[in-house]
Design a protein around this ligand. Structure first.
Ligand code: MG
Length: 252
């Protein structure tokens, strides 16, 4: 039997929960059981309020939040629970002025890519400024998970969008593939690998003590940056698969 890793990190959408959906009761119990044993982090593209609703609000009241670390906007920020509240450890914030330029690059790029009909109605906003990140969602933030999943199964549309947006960005920013329909723009050098590095530093552990579990640990997938760290990785195919991985960790 192997020991449980000192830090277990998760992607959110497609890994702990379906896109933008809350954790199931079963997953919430699994995460709470893990929090009782080790440190847990969630790193994904959303902003903090989304994690509070999707993850924290679903945990049992006695969950050990002191062991939970939240890295919103793909690692551009880190929050920890101390003295009964979420405290920001750092945030690589994008200024409103830069966010405006990024939005223009996204609109022009999306039109030029030809893969998004910018005149079509969306469910929820298509472009969202999340402090450390600006996110473009092809179908709108609130499109149903099944539609999002079906939109770009082979990443081809996102690849075209990413290239078109990247070519129009102001200096010092990069465009990365986000969830199933999204492109995230962050400060250059800020990604999930950056977040893992900063959290390992904060905890005083080597990156190799961290285990990262994600559903897109593939080239061009939104967990790909993790391969640029020394973290251990475990690829999963769905939240059900993640639940099995947690149960197996808990038995170690
Ligand atoms: Mg995912």
């Amino acid at each position: 039997m192997t020991r449980i890793p000192p830090l277990v990190m998760f992607d959110l959408d497609g890994t702990l929960a379906e896109s933008k959906q809350p954790l199931t009761s079963e997953m919430a119990r699994n995460v709470a059981a893990l929090l009782a044993r080790t440190k847990v982090a969630v790193v994904s593209g959303g902003a903090l309020p989304q994690y509070l609703a999707q993850v924290v609000a679903r945990l049992p009241a006695d969950a050990n939040l002191e062991n939970l670390y939240i890295l919103p906007t793909s690692g551009a920020a880190l929050h920890e629970w101390r003295d009964g509240q979420w405290r920001k450890v750092y945030e690589e914030r994008i200024s409103e002025n830069d966010a405006g330029k990024i939005q223009a690059a996204m609109e022009d790029g999306a039109r030029a890519s030809g893969v998004v009909d910018m005149a079509a109605p969306t469910r929820g906003p298509r472009i969202e400024y999340r402090g450390g990140q600006v996110t473009f969602s092809a179908l709108g933030q609130k499109a149903p998970p099944a539609e999002k999943k079906a939109w770009d199964p082979d990443h081809a549309k996102r690849r075209a969008l990413q290239a078109a947006i990247a070519a129009r960005l102001p200096a010092g920013f990069t465009a990365a593939m986000g969830g199933s329909t999204t492109i995230d723009v962050l400060r250059a050098g800020v990604d999930k690998a950056y977040g893992i590095r900063r959290l390992a530093e904060r905890l005083g552990i080597p990156e190799s003590d961290a285990l990262y579990i994600g559903d897109e640990l593939v080239p061009a997938g939104n967990d790909e940056a993790v391969f640029r760290t020394n973290a251990q990785v475990r690829a999963v195919s769905s939240p059900q698969d993640t639940a099995r991985a947690i149960v197996s960790l808990l038995s170690s």
